[in-house]
Every structure is written in C-alpha cells, then in structure tokens.
Design a protein around this ligand. Structure first.
Ligand SMILES: [Zn+2]
Ligand SMILES: [Zn+2]
Length: 183
C-alpha cells in the first residue's frame, strides 16, 4: 500500500492498518516548501519508510532523500549536496500536548508533531529533517582552498601569485591587516 497518489502530504490515521502503512513516495520539493525555508532543491524529495498507529497518534520512520544546491563557505561557489537522512517522529493529538507529555517525548531523541485527530501531515517533519541535514559550514570539498584573501580569486582555478599572504589563514590575515594599521 502506498499513499503516493495523494497529492497532499497527509495520511488519514484511520487508514493506517495495524501492521503499519508503507510509505514510498517521490514528490516535487515545492510540496515541502523548501524554498520558503531558504534552500535550493535540485531533485525530487523521496521518502521510504513506514507509518504506524500508536496510542492516540502515529509514528513515522522514514529515509528522506533529496539533493540541494548549497553555497561553499570558502569559495562561494554553488555545489550539489545529497541529503540522506533518517526521520523518526511521533504525531500526537493537539489536545494531548500537556507539559508532562512533552517532557516525556522530548527526553527521547525523537521529534514530536501534532495532528488534528484525523490526519497526520508529513510536510513539516520532512522539511525540518532536510533543513537540519544542511551542514553549518557548507564546503564544496573538505580541502577547498577558498578565495585568495588578497585578490579574491578562486584558488582552485588559478594560483594568483599573491605570494606573501598565500600561506596565511584568511582569518589571520584580517588580524594582520589590523595590526598593520595600528603600526
Ligand atoms: Zn569551495
Ligand atoms: Zn591573490
């Protein structure tokens, strides 16, 4: 069974069988509002997993895959970034959001989202999972030489010949310039 024909990212809780509902779908990234979250998606979003009924809600465990275009923090070039992330979330009824319930769930390494009593909406948890998969310091490659701190040229493409500063960490060169100014 698959909810892949459902254009919306919702699953009716009453439709989830006891053995769980297999979730296998591929959707346009626009359904997950990734652009609104500040990301540039370059592939469809694929989901592979299962929804299970638990108590008053549901539990979703799925592998989320897609690709984004990120900007390298050193050379500022756009580069492709593959997202492969395991999502595990609980959906609880909004009325059940008493404080001790939240404490109980957040003490685990699992996220909690609310449902309206009828359907769960997988949009927000999947979007959040993709947002969280983005590295804090995106790099096109771990050894990206970045831009020359003197002339600003991309050092991967060409050595610019700015010899004196070449071995200096860009952060240090800022310091050095400050010191120069003081002298
Ligand atoms: Zn780079
Ligand atoms: Zn240079």
């Amino acid at each position: 069974m698959s909810s892949g024909k459902d254009p919306k990212l919702k699953v009716e809780i009453s439709r989830i069988p006891d053995e769980g509902l297999v979730l296998e779908r591929e959707d346009s990234p626009s359904l997950y509002e990734l652009k609104e979250a500040g990301l540039i998606p370059s592939e469809n979003v694929r989901l592979q997993g299962m929804v299970q009924k638990i108590r008053e809600g549901a539990y979703l465990a799925a592998r989320v895959s897609t690709a984004l275009e990120l900007e390298c923090g050193r050379c500022l070039r756009p580069y492709p970034f593959q997202v492969q992330s395991d999502l595990r979330v609980f959906f609880v009824p909004e009325s059940e959001s008493s404080e001790d319930h939240e404490v109980e769930l957040t003490s685990e390494d699992l996220d909690t989202y609310f449902h309206d009593g009828k359907e769960i909406d997988i949009m927000a948890p999947v979007r959040d999972q993709i947002v969280m998969a983005v590295p804090i310091q995106p790099l096109c490659s771990p050894d990206c030489p970045g831009l020359c701190p003197v002339c600003g040229k991309d050092l991967r493409k060409k050595q610019c010949g700015c010899k004196p500063e070449e071995d200096i960490d860009p952060r240090l060169s800022v310091l050095k310039n400050l010191i120069k100014r003081k002298e």
